[in-house]
Design a protein around this ligand. Structure first.
Ligand code: NAP
Length: 255
């Protein structure tokens, strides 16, 4: 049973053309929130917008944006900061993971991965916070990963980017704890989405349905938790053991 009432809230979901972001959008619309959908694929966003309007009678705006572009991010962040009605809820879900040694990674891939996974998450959080603080109400969910807890060779940029999201979100939680703003970092294990096809990797274990991490994030917000891990017992134990091992051994075993 959820605690927060999102009826008539304005919720922005980045990465809502697919996977967990799409599931966040569907779940928030079912709970009465009006949506702003962000991703690059306008066709998929338009189709989801039509589905949500018909199913839940909510207002849905589509704002296609490539978050790897500094210019597009600046425009989106300015639009969200000055939006009327203001943004009440932000899900920073858009992200992807490259793989391969850093020495083999192109400058383009490195820059766009950090732009989408790190810069956009921090900048959009920064942009919506003042209005949320002014009305003493707001929710931010930043999608990190179980990978945030490890340094993974060959997934170096991805795991480091998610470590940033976790640390950043937890610190903002500390900044806002005495206010009506709630923020959490969602740290899931493998989820059944387009992620592994995009990163051309195979999942390191059984995959969850996207609804599972979405529900966990919304429950974490109800409980004002700074972060939440969503993973099978085996993945949790593995992550805990890796964090207790001497650093050199943990890195070697992560390979
Ligand atoms: N799946 C997992 O096992 C797993 C586990 C832990 C964490 N995560 C994290 O969960 C989040 C969602 O991923 P997913 O698993 O749902 O994968 P997904 O199905 O591939 O969805 C990724 C979403 O990010 C959007 N996106 C990617 N690059 C973008 C860009 N340059 N500009 C704007 N939007 C962009 C994509 O939309 P467009 O292509 O339309 O732009 C898509 O909507 C990511 O942050 C990922 O790191 C995933």
């Amino acid at each position: 049973m959820f605690v927060m009432d999102y009826t008539n809230w304005t919720a922005v979901v980045t990465g809502s053309s697919s996977g967990m972001g799409m599931q966040f959008a569907r779940t928030l619309a079912a709970r009465g929130a009006n949506l702003v959908l962000v991703a690059r694929d306008k066709k998929k966003l338009d189709a989801l917008a039509a589905e949500l309007r018909a199913a839940h009678g909510v207002t849905v705006d589509v704002m296609p944006a490539d978050l790897s572009s500094a210019d597009a991010l600046r425009k989106l962040s300015a639009a969200l900061a000055s939006r009327v009605p203001q943004v009440d809820l932000l899900v920073n879900d858009a992200g992807f993971g490259s793989n391969g040694d850093v020495a083999e990674t192109s400058q383009d891939v490195l820059e766009s991965e950090l732009a989408v996974n790190v810069v956009a998450v921090a900048e959009l959080t920064r942009a919506v916070l003042p209005a949320m603080l002014a009305q003493d109400r707001g929710v931010i969910i930043n999608v990190a990963s179980l990978a945030a807890y490890t340094s993974r060779p060959r997934h170096t940029i991805y795991s480091a980017s998610k470590s940033f999201v976790l640390a950043f979100t937890q610190a903002v939680w500390g900044e806002t704890i005495r206010t009506g703003v709630r923020i959490t970092a969602l740290c899931p294990g493998p989820v059944n989405t387009g992620f592994f096809a995009v990163s051309k990797t195979t999942p390191p274990g059984a995959m969850m349905d996207p609804q599972v991490p979405v529900n966990a994030a919304l429950t974490a917000i109800d409980r004002r938790r700074p972060s939440v891990i969503v993973a099978s017992p085996i993945m949790r134990i593995y992550t805990r053991i890796m964090r207790m091992l001497p650093t050199r051994m943990a890195i070697r075993l992560s390979k």
